[in-house]
Design a protein around this ligand. Structure first.
Ligand code: CA
Length: 223
């Protein structure tokens, strides 16, 4: 899935259409607000971000993406204003993987997308399995005893932390800062709510996530 944030609807529609006929799944957003709400439900493989947007601008969105451990490694291509050396430099300094100077051709866009995806592809598939739970880090999928389950982005990130560190006890504070990002200002109860839904979705493997009274949570590893 590729997310495309562009406020000009004619350009956005053309971009999304071109990506789809090129074999990608794609979704367009007119501004940062719509984009962030979609980010809560699905993590895209790549994001194309226009610099000039109403409300939150593209460079600010880029900065927020890079600041979070959850979204920090998603490849981003910035669409910069024509001839704006400044935009280009700021975009690359801000951690963009590439940029497209407006106006750009649709075929150029597709070849840049492919090049960035090739360059940023995980070096090896990372599949972790414990107690019936299998997490595929390259495909972002989880199954329990062979049955695929559908997790939200946060639930997935919590499970990934547990699976990568079996037996390690995570406090709510550590989970909050690792999964939600250090600038998250909500309550630690948020963690409990997500652990609850994660356990339910993991079904028979749900009790693998153990509560460590007064401390936090850990993935129980049975021999
Ligand atoms: Ca724009």
């Amino acid at each position: 899935m590729i997310y495309c944030v562009e406020d000009e609807s004619a350009i956005r529609d053309l971009m999304v259409y071109t990506m789809k006929v090129s074999g990608f799944e794609a979704q367009g957003f007119a501004d940062g607000a719509d984009f962030w709400s979609a980010m809560k439900t699905q993590r895209p493989e790549l994001i194309i971000l226009d610099v000039m947007l109403p409300g939150e601008d593209g460079l600010t969105i880029l900065k927020r993406l890079r600041a979070s451990p959850v979204t920090g490694d998603i490849p981003v291509i910035m669409a910069t204003a024509r001839g704006s050396e400044y935009d280009k430099v700021i975009a690359l300094d801000g951690g963009a993987d590439d940029y497209l100077a407006k106006p750009f051709g649709m075929m150029e866009m597709v070849s840049r997308i492919k090049a960035v995806l090739r360059r940023t592809a995980p070096k090896q598939a990372k599949v972790i399995s414990y107690g019936g739970i299998t997490l595929d880090g390259s495909r972002h999928t989880v199954d329990v005893n062979g049955t695929p389950i559908s997790l939200t982005l946060k639930e997935y990130e919590i499970l990934r932390l547990f699976m990568e560190n079996p037996g390690r006890v995570f406090t709510r504070e550590v989970l909050l800062s690792d999964v939600w990002g250090i600038d998250y200002t909500g309550e630690t109860r948020t963690v409990d709510v997500h652990i609850g839904t994660l356990r339910t979705k993991l079904a028979e493997a749900g009790d693998r996530i153990e509560t460590v009274r007064g401390v936090g949570y850990k993935l129980e590893v049975k021999k």
